[in-house]
Design a protein around this ligand. Structure first.
Ligand code: ADP
Ligand code: ZN
Length: 721
């Protein structure tokens, strides 16, 4: 009899066996629908030998219902699912769900009905109908989307459909994307760029596993060189995946891509509409999507014919997912390339220490671009010692920075002020009673956002409007803002340079592709004099008139005491410095700090990257930290404080005693309350050779916890809160 073993999409289930009815064609990787009690559930056919389960007699097996109309998941992807689950101590189901991430796509080809103006007139005109008809000129979309576009109710639009004013158009959900052309607008590369591009192209043509670390200073043309690798993949009829750390960056990237290849790539990120998601998923699975540009979740899609992976800004910590499957997309990208036997390019101006170490060990091939394209110079970097040259009382910009900004204004050049703090002020308190505004769900202060008149928690999203009176003592006009956020710096700029046009650039103000595009256009046209931004503006942007970068508080990142704090500070400041002087005019960077002698600040000022990396490497080696040792964290949480503590203590009490593994904690997490859950942490520090995952699996596998307790494992953690 024909049996099939399924990986079920529900982690609680474990693998199950089914009978394959006569005439049904299943192979490993087939996505199928199976009966489970009264329900129908989705499973993936897996190799029996790789997915052990209890043997059930043939006679007791229920038959599979159907094979879903999508290509079977390829063996390379099945191996990646297994590896990811194993390495990150996650369930196979939770990883597989990231692959089958569009429910609509699994239903097969489909059409949908969109509507557009027919040119007819309604029997009776109303103001709403008139408004809708004006707004919908030239548009075609679903009723719901049209309602959003025209700002009238769906009911009004349905009325217009009934009257024949809006006519239905049946469209194929899977209509193909425009084709990108490898030879659309080929650049002339300089010598160094050409050498790098040649290496990439050769690797794509050879179609073998080849991990590259592309280490090039900001503005050296890294993008141009990996575009040549993409062109080679397009010529060979293979797909490319480009991972970007921040979806806000894609706007500028898309434009560049279109200029080079004549068509936009396929976009993939978490806020896609479900119709876009199904269309993208199906094009990726069929192989018709040539180039996919996406956030980390694009890594697990079922590419039919992947030929190249690029991870841009590969050092970025946003490639690390901190909930669900806690994976690092940079590392998984290298594994995927290995299973697929294709090249992978990690591009960065400030590579992660881990990546540099892999290059030093000869595992990655390191390619360098040491100077900026077109002769632009790297900017001069100077520190401003805030202890010696403090800003005026109640202000945050020191006199030398203010003077430098004034000079830019006079010359019609732009300034970028960098402060990695959204909102107006990180803490608000009552002058009268000392009350501090705290999030009810998290151990965190509420951040004042003056532009939207809200107090917001940056951890859970809790928001209230800023009250007129203190909720504790009832006093009016007594709230004081403590410390600066970008909005407050923008106010200060407006006070110092009243004629300056100031733009705040954060995830609050650039929260849609349209706003991001408008910002880029305004900055390029010279309609902005001063940009005040968070880490969002540290990468990807290229504004030729931007000649001054001011780092408002370089010490901020060092305060947390996180084990990667120095590296992250270095990367952030070097990246934001990289926005200065990208055109013909030289750039200048002023770093405000209270600790000009701190090694990371001194290295930045001296432009001595090697000194910083060497010192940091030694510190890591000494501490047994990555890449020389391994870290893992266990995070225990519950809505009940005592329950969380007890569970954490039980884990602590049963800790294994091993020579190559040190276990710290449990201790309350720095963020001891998050989204209404009390949190405890254990930190594991192991030698590189230790089998940390096996140790953790054995250890936690022997324990059971109350249903309200969540125990998460974070391998190679980036966040220590
Ligand atoms: P990076 O990614 O290394 O910071 P980019 O790829 O963004 O650098 O290049 C910086 C700027 O130089 C961009 O505006 C880019 O278009 C331009 N540029 C780089 N290389 C070339 C080239 N070979 N021909 C034309 N323009 C180039
Ligand atoms: Zn909160």
């Amino acid at each position: 009899m024909n049996r099939a073993r399924l990986l079920m999409m529900n982690a609680a289930l474990g693998p199950l066996d089914y009978r394959v009815p006569d005439g049904m064609d299943v192979v490993p990787g087939s996505v199928v629908l199976a009966p489970l009690g009264p329900r129908q559930v989705i499973g993936i056919v897996w190799e029996e030998g790789r997915l052990p389960a209890e043997r059930v007699a043939d006679s007791r097996l229920r038959p599979l219902l159907e094979v879903l109309p999508v290509p079977p998941l390829r063996a390379e992807l099945r191996r990646l699912i297994e590896w990811t689950a194993d390495y990150y101590c996650a369930s196979l189901a939770s990883v597989a769900r990231m692959v089958l991430s569009s429910g609509g796509a699994l239903k097969g080809p489909a059409t949908m009905t969109e509507y557009r103006l027919s040119g007819g007139m309604p029997e009776r005109m109303t103001p709403q109908r008139e408004r809708a008809m004006a707004a919908l000129e030239g548009e075609q979309a679903t009723i719901r989307e049209l309602a959003g576009l025209s700002d009238v109710s769906e009911g009004v639009l349905r009325g217009l459909v009934n009257q024949g004013v809006l006519e239905p158009v049946v469209v194929d959900c899977d209509r193909p994307y425009l084709l990108a052309r490898a030879d659309y607008a080929e650049p002339v590369l300089n010598g160094a760029q050409q050498d790098v591009a040649d290496r990439f192209v050769a690797a794509v043509e050879e179609r073998r596993f080849a991990p590259f670390l592309l280490d090039g200073v900001t503005g050296s043309g890294k993008t141009e060189t990996y575009f040549e690798a993409i062109a080679a993949a397009i010529r060979a009829g293979q797909q490319t995946l480009v991972l970007l750390p921040e979806i806000a960056l894609t706007e500028a990237f898309l434009r560049r891509f279109e200029d080079r290849f004549g068509a936009a790539p396929v976009l993939w990120h978490s806020s896609l509409k479900s119709t876009e998601r199904r269309r993208g998923w199906r094009a990726i699975a069929s192989g018709s999507a040539q180039v996919v540009v996406g956030a980390r979740s694009a890594l697990f899609l079922p590419y039919a014919n992947l030929g190249l992976i690029v991870v841009d800004e590969a050092h970025e910590t946003s490639f690390k997912q901190d909930e669900g499957v806690r994976y690092n997309a940079r590392d998984v990208a290298v594994m995927r390339a290995r299973f697929e036997r294709i090249p992978v390019v990690l591009a960065s101006a400030t590579p992660a220490l881990e990546s540099l170490q892999m290059a030093a060990a000869g595992t990655y091939e390191k390619l360098d671009l040491e100077s900026r394209y077109g002769g632009a110079m790297l900017p001069a970097i100077t520190t401003i010692n805030l202890t010696e040259e403090p800003p005026e009382r109640g202000r945050w910009l020191a006199p030398p920075l203010v003077e430098a900004m004034q000079a830019r204004m006079e010359r019609g050049e732009q300034t970028l002020l960098f402060l990695n703090r959204r909102g107006f002020a990180p803490l608000t308190l009552c002058r009268n009673c000392g009350h501090r505004f705290q999030c009810p769900n998290c151990s965190a202060w509420l951040v004042e956002h003056r532009l939207s008149h809200r107090l917001a928690c940056h951890h859970c999203g809790h928001e209230t409007s800023t009250p007129d009176a203190c909720p504790e003592c009832g006093e009016h006009d007594c709230l004081v803002a403590c410390g600066p956020g970008v909005e407050r710096i923008a106010d200060e700029v407006a006070a110092i340079l009243p004629e300056a046009r100031v733009a705040v650039a954060t995830s609050d103000t650039l929260n849609t592709p349209e706003k991001a595009a408008a910002f880029v256009a305004a900055a390029e046209e010279g309609a902005i004099d001063v940009i005040v931004g968070t880490q969002l503006v540290t990468k990807g942007f290229h504004f030729p008139e931007l000649t001054l970068v001011g780092v408002v508080d370089a010490d901020l990142g060092l305060e947390g005491g996180d084990l990667r704090a120095a590296e992250r500070t270095y990367q952030q400041v070097a990246q934001v410095a990289g926005r200065a002087g990208r055109g013909a005019k030289p750039g200048e960077v002023l770093i405000q700090t209270r600790h000009p002698d701190a090694p990371v600040i001194a290295a930045l000022a001296a432009g001595d990257r090697d000194a910083f990396y060497d010192a940091e490497t030694e510190a890591r080696r000494h501490a047994g930290a990555p890449p020389f040792g391994r870290w893992a964290a266990i995070i225990v949480s519950s809505e009940d404080e005592a329950e969380a503590r007890e569970a954490a203590n039980r884990i602590g009490a049963t800790r294994p005693n091993l020579p190559d593994v040190a276990i710290l904690g449990p201790a309350p997490a720095p963020l001891s309350l998050l989204r209404g859950r009390y949190r405890y942490r254990l930190l594991i520090n192991a030698r590189r050779t230790a089998q940390v995952q096996d140790v953790i699996r054995d250890w936690l596998g022997a324990l059971t916890f109350p249903s309200g307790v969540r125990v998460g494992v974070d391998i190679d953690p980036y966040s220590f809160v």
